[in-house]
Write a protein that binds this ligand. Structure first.
Ligand code: C5P
Length: 228
């Protein structure tokens, strides 16, 4: 089967405190952005990559794509102020399709087997997202005081990729725009349309590189993978 993937890459990465887009930071000898792009470049199911970028970073990214032989990028629209708007600008570029995946460019450790599970689940059921079970005891807190202990067995930490039938995501985005609704992920937009979104159990290695500590963790994952 085939899918298109949207990679929002137009964030500022303030929480990293690197003074530049965190996607340009190196993990081993490659930038985080290239690590992520290579996973999709090498996946025969991936038909095209749509990358939302900042205008000021477009040239640097084009040069990186050339250096690393990334050929599947079909469009690089300008990202928006919010991640949701960056994804939306990529949807406009795709125009129409069957299955679309949305994946944070800042999650370089995603594997092909999870991607394929998600794409197949979206084809069969309409919408599926990657997630892992909550490991810690979870409590709801207000003003610094615990209100309740939440039943952990029902809680999942949601990641990307998130995979959808193209029309489902398009309709959900249009509705969100009409209602001025801003979600923290694409699943939220589809959920509010009353659709069932399924979970594909992912890996704790599929971290989003957000703070400096994540870089240390990222290097460790790469070392372990190289070591075999
Ligand atoms: O900031 P955060 O790590 O949550 O961003 C997740 C992904 O969304 C990153 O790959 C980032 O580059 C992208 N993003 C974007 N446009 C924004 C904000 C974030 O493309 N306005």
């Amino acid at each position: 089967m085939q899918y298109d993937v949207i990679l929002p890459a137009a964030g500022s990465g303030k929480r990293m405190g690197a003074g530049k887009n965190k996607l340009f930071l190196q993990l081993k000898e490659k930038t985080i952005l290239i690590h992520t792009l290579q996973v999709f470049e090498e996946d025969s199911w991936c038909r095209g990559i749509y990358l939302a970028v900042k205008d000021t970073e477009r040239e640097v990214i084009e040069a990186l794509l050339q250096t690393h032989g990334i050929t599947k990028v079909k469009a690089m629209p300008t990202g928006g102020d919010e991640r949701q708007h960056s994804v939306q600008s990529c949807m406009k570029e795709i125009g129409q399709g069957e299955i679309v995946l949305v994946h944070d460019a800042a999650r370089p450790f995603i594997t092909q087997s999870i991607i394929h599970e998600l794409a197949e689940a979206a084809l069969e059921k309409g919408a599926a997202v990657a997630g892992v079970r909550a490991k810690d005891t979870m409590k709801r807190v207000e003003a610094g005081v615990i209100q309740e202990t939440v039943d952990r067995s029902t809680l999942w930490m949601i990641q990307t990729p998130q995979a959808f039938r193209f029309d489902w995501l398009k309709e959900a985005e249009d509705a969100a725009e009409r209602d001025d609704f801003l979600g923290t992920d694409e699943s939220m937009l589809v959920e509010r349309q009353g659709q069932s979104v399924h979970i594909v159990e992912s890996s704790y290695e599929n971290v989003k590189i957000t703070t400096k500590e994540d870089l240390v963790f990222g290097e460790a994952i790469l070392n372990q993978r190289i070591g075999g």
